[in-house]
Design a protein around this ligand. Structure first.
Ligand SMILES: Nc1ncnc2c1ncn2[C@@H]1O[C@H](COP(=O)(O)OP(=O)(O)O)[C@@H](O)[C@H]1O
Ligand SMILES: [Mg+2]
Length: 248
């Protein structure tokens, strides 16, 4: 079974950035093939990785619900063909974008077919890395699998750390087995204060360390350059790699 790593944390703390850097770390350290899953409805992991998205599983589900299956094609065949289009392949990792969650109405047939597709797909990889929004719906959707490592990302604010604690509690109340729960602080400048250290302890999570604030990340962002291509000696890459080697 594939080793599964999922990111969570409140919006804007750096989940997608760190997810992209983790994938790069794994590729550079022979931890592949990887299936990267963008499980944020407002997806953008592809931008961090420098990839174009053609379609998402959410769009395929909508098309099937609306009866947009071409005449003469079975629903199974439709889902298979479309899902393959949704999988963005690269040499050492592939990216699958979940897209928007389902709206009102019955998606049972589409969901069953998509679950079958995911189950088959997941078997092709040694690692799965999931960029998750704060809610954990998609994790339970991928439930044929457990999560070996849940990385909860936070900034150094009290509210961020309290959110990290709640996300950890929520994750443990789902029908997903979570192996280890880790806390990573992102966008850190200087030393951690005693106050922050206390809130870190309070989360009950294993604290792995800090990824430092890196002006290069913002520069790349502004220029539309993928974070994936940051220079190896940049502050964020170096501090993130120190953490990743303890996870995978
Ligand atoms: N270590 C860092 N240093 C500087 N900027 C960062 C750092 N990590 C993330 N950012 C920036 O913060 C913003 C939010 O990051 P993102 O990864 O999209 O967060 P999330 O996925 O949690 O919503 C982005 O503009 C990103 O470029
Ligand atoms: Mg994100």
């Amino acid at each position: 079974m594939a080793f599964t790593i999922a990111f969570s944390g409140k919006g804007g703390v750096g989940k997608t950035t760190l997810c992209g850097l983790l994938i790069r770390y794994m590729v550079e350290n022979d931890r592949y093939p990887i299936l990267a899953v963008d499980a944020d409805s407002n997806y953008n992991l592809n931008e961090v990785l420098g990839l174009e998205v053609e379609t998402t599983l959410g769009e395929i589900r909508e098309q099937m619900k609306k009866g947009e299956v071409p005449p003469g094609m079975t629903k199974d065949r439709f889902i298979d063909t479309k899902s393959e289009e949704a999988l963005i392949e690269t040499d050492k990792f592939d990216l699958l974008v979940m897209g928007r969650p389902e709206g009102p109405g019955c998606y049972c047939a589409a969901n069953t077919l998509l679950t079958n597709f995911l189950t088959r797909l997941v078997g092709n990889y040694d690692y799965i890395v999931i960029d998750n929004e704060a809610g954990m719906e998609h994790i339970s959707r991928l439930t044929t699998k457990d999560v070996d490592a849940l990385i909860i990302v936070s900034d150094i604010s009290k509210r961020g750390l309290q959110a990290a604690k709640r996300i950890n509690e929520l994750a443990r109340s789902l029908h997903v087995v979570i192996g280890r729960g880790y806390l990573v602080l992102n966008n850190v400048e200087g030393e951690l204060s005693d106050g922050v250290k206390k809130y870190i302890d309070d989360t009950g999570l294993e604290f792995l360390g800090c990824v430092m604030k890196d002006p290069k990340i913002q520069q790349y962002d502004m220029m539309g350059k993928p974070t994936f291509e940051l220079p190896a000696d940049s502050v964020a890459v170096k501090s993130a790699y120190e953490i990743f080697k303890r996870i995978v």
